[in-house]
Design a protein around this ligand. Structure first.
Ligand code: M6R
Length: 609
């Protein structure tokens, strides 16, 4: 939520900020703004809408080597120029990612100092607070502010009397920093650092980064110098670009075979048997052996990956596993102890609710293991153990390759756990692992059939409502198919456990209602087909997804469209089905002429609760 960037160096800062904002735009695109030091003082330019609009407003003659930029996902106050960042009060100009929860009480207090906000934002109140505390000593003002501010924040701050210096501090929200020959850069995400350096550090919470063109110094709030640990980015600029694809989402869908290979390969130990191995991840088998229950906490698509993981875990491990919506989990007073293993699943590793769930699990003494894509992210750093998915940067708001890489990571966890717990033999694990190893190829085969999905999507383009149905693993997939379609096509859709439909929702199925039915699992295949017939009898337009081997035995007339999963073992069929669902959402959104990569009201990284 919200992308922030600061640049101080030897290049044209306004240009660098705008380039960085374009790369961070997936984090929010309600408005954008920059503030730069110039000979005339601090100049602020803002505009409602996307970064391109801001670019057109920035005076070409503005000369600057240091400034800050922001792309907004509105939380407090509507989408307007006045609410766009940066916000200024007196000598303070700043940008913010996060939410100041006690902003209202602070605003009341600050009234007495004669400061009144002009916007409806919580950020402006933070600027007012800092201005009231600033008397030439940035650290002292920040110390005072940190004591008073409640909520989450990553701030980049300019003090009018400290030309060409940016101060940064964070709590909860992310901020990464790097230095290079061109200057010093701070940003919400390393995609905006890549053009400068592959070496970066995550600013630790409550430490202050002082950014100048000659480098970044980090201190505690009391001024004690610290040297943050450096990290390396494994990928380069091309990984964060469209590379000839029309949209990031389509590119990321096509990257799945490679992304999954990157998840699997480092963990595949070849010997007499092919076994999953987490030695390099530093995850000992005791983590599994000591667990008598597992909780998976996540949000959105990551939670859907968890739903699928849960079914496999219970099936192979025979211990209780639950999947929790992270935002509910934290207020549910969950029953956890030191024998509980809590698995957090997150692409960004910054989702505020998942992070809060992690902290709660730790407080309750549970062991925590994160399945995360972004290296060095908060969830990765705070968990006891982390299994990186290595899917590479995911820019489209709709998650695709991160999801299938999460599935691959969860499969690895289940297989290792079941093996060390003696629930399945080395031979069986090896058999499963070989199937998993072939998932990249399986997805490539599905991608070869994308023209069929493209054609079929034309039928969904004018639709208002539709349903996804499935049982077991297919129900988890139905949930994922539904969120993908909703978020980028704006078509109302519901995912239903196929057997549950007749307990109320079937009344919504009438002539022509599209129903996407997933029937990839043999143990429920017959029942699924009965459910398909039930909706067909009410006139539904059925799009059926089955495996190749079921193709010939299907009764005629039970579907209008049929998507076929190439031959594979049942356990890996969800990967192929997921790709069909992603393509369906992608092409439907495209035909509807929508902004596929940046759907309305959403943002990629949800760092507010
Ligand atoms: O970064 P995370 O995986 O923690 O994000 C969780 C959800 O916000 C995310 O999966 C969201 O549901 C996607 N936009 C769905 O495509």
């Amino acid at each position: 939520m919200c992308g922030i960037i600061g640049f101080c160096g030897y290049l044209d800062a306004k240009e660098e900020l705008v380039k960085g904002l374009a790369e961070l735009e997936y984090r929010g695109y309600d408005s954008a703004g920059i503030a730069c030091f110039t000979e005339q003082g601090i100049e602020v330019v803002k505009s409602v809408g996307k970064v391109e609009g801001l670019r057109n407003r920035i005076p070409a003659k503005m000369e600057t080597g240091c400034g800050i930029g922001h792309t907004r996902w509105a939380t407090h106050g509507g989408v307007s120029e006045i609410n766009a960042h940066p916000h200024t009060c007196g000598s303070v100009t700043m940008i913010h990612n996060g939410i100041i929860e006690n902003y209202h009480a602070l605003a009341e207090e600050l009234k007495e100092t004669g400061r009144t906000p002009v916007s409806q934002t919580d950020t402006e109140i933070a600027a007012m607070l800092l201005d009231s505390l600033y008397q030439g000593d940035a650290l002292a003002a920040l110390r005072g502010a940190v004591e008073k501010l409640e909520g989450a924040y990553a701030f980049c701050i300019l003090f009018a009397d400290q030309k060409d210096v940016i101060y940064c501090i964070r709590k909860g929200s992310p901020l990464v920093c790097c230095s290079s020959e061109e200057g010093s850069v701070v940003a919400s995400d390393m995609v905006a650092l890549l053009r400068y350096s592959k070496e970066y550090f995550v600013l630790p919470e409550f430490q202050v980064a002082k950014v100048t063109k000659s480098g970044i110094s980090v201190t505690e709030l009391d001024g004690t110098e610290v040297s943050p640990s450096m990290l390396s980015i494994q990928w380069d600029m091309s990984a964060a670009q469209k590379n000839g694809f029309k949209h990031y989402m389509l590119k990321e869908i096509h990257e799945q075979p490679e992304a999954i290979r990157r998840t699997l390969t480092p963990r595949m130990k070849k010997g007499r048997y092919l076994l999953p191995d987490f030695a390099e991840d530093g995850i000992p088998d005791t983590v599994f052996l000591q667990a008598d229950r597992i909780v998976i906490a996540a949000c959105g698509t990551a939670m859907h990956a968890g739903m699928l993981g849960r079914i496999l875990m219970e099936r192979l491990l025979r211990i209780p596993v639950s999947v929790e919506v992270a935002s509910e989990f934290r207020y549910a007073d969950p029953i956890l102890d030191e024998k509980s293993l809590v698995i957090l699943v997150s692409q960004s590793g910054e989702t505020a609710d998942t992070l809060a769930a992690l902290r709660l699990a730790k407080e309750k003494g549970a062991k925590t293991l994160a399945v995360v894509n972004v290296k060095g992210s908060s969830i990765a750093r705070e968990s006891d153990y982390v299994l990186y998915t290595h899917a590479g940067p995911e820019i489209a708001v709709a998650s695709t390759k991160a999801y299938t890489a999460q599935l691959a990571a969860l499969y690895l966890l289940v297989f290792r756990f079941a093996y060390v717990a003696g629930k399945i033999s080395a031979e069986e694990v090896s058999g499963y692992m070989k199937e998993l190893d072939g998932v990249g190829e399986l997805i490539e085969k599905v991608l070869e059939r994308k023209e069929q999905v493209k054609e079929l999507s034309k039928r969904l383009t004018p639709v208002q409502d539709l349903f996804f149905i499935g049982r077991g693993l297919d129900y988890a997939l139905a949930c994922e198919g539904s969120i993908k379609l909703k978020e980028i096509t704006y078509i109302h859709s519901e995912a239903y456990a196929a057997g549950e439909l007749k307990h109320g929702t079937l009344s919504l199925v009438t002539g022509g209602t599209p129903v996407i039915a997933l029937a990839t699992q043999p143990e429920v295949f017959g029942k699924m087909i009965s459910n398909v017939k039930e909706v067909r009898a009410r006139g539904a337009m059925v799009i059926l997804i089955t495996k190749e081997e079921k193709k010939d035995g299907l009764e005629s007339g039970i579907f209008e469209e049929h998507l076929v999963i190439p031959f594979c073992r049942d356990i890996v069929a969800p990967f192929a089905a997921a790709v069909y669902l992603q393509l369906l959402a992608y092409y439907t959104s495209s035909y509807r002429g929508l902004d596929v990569d940046q759907p309305r009201n959403l943002a990629k990284s949800v760092t507010v609760e």
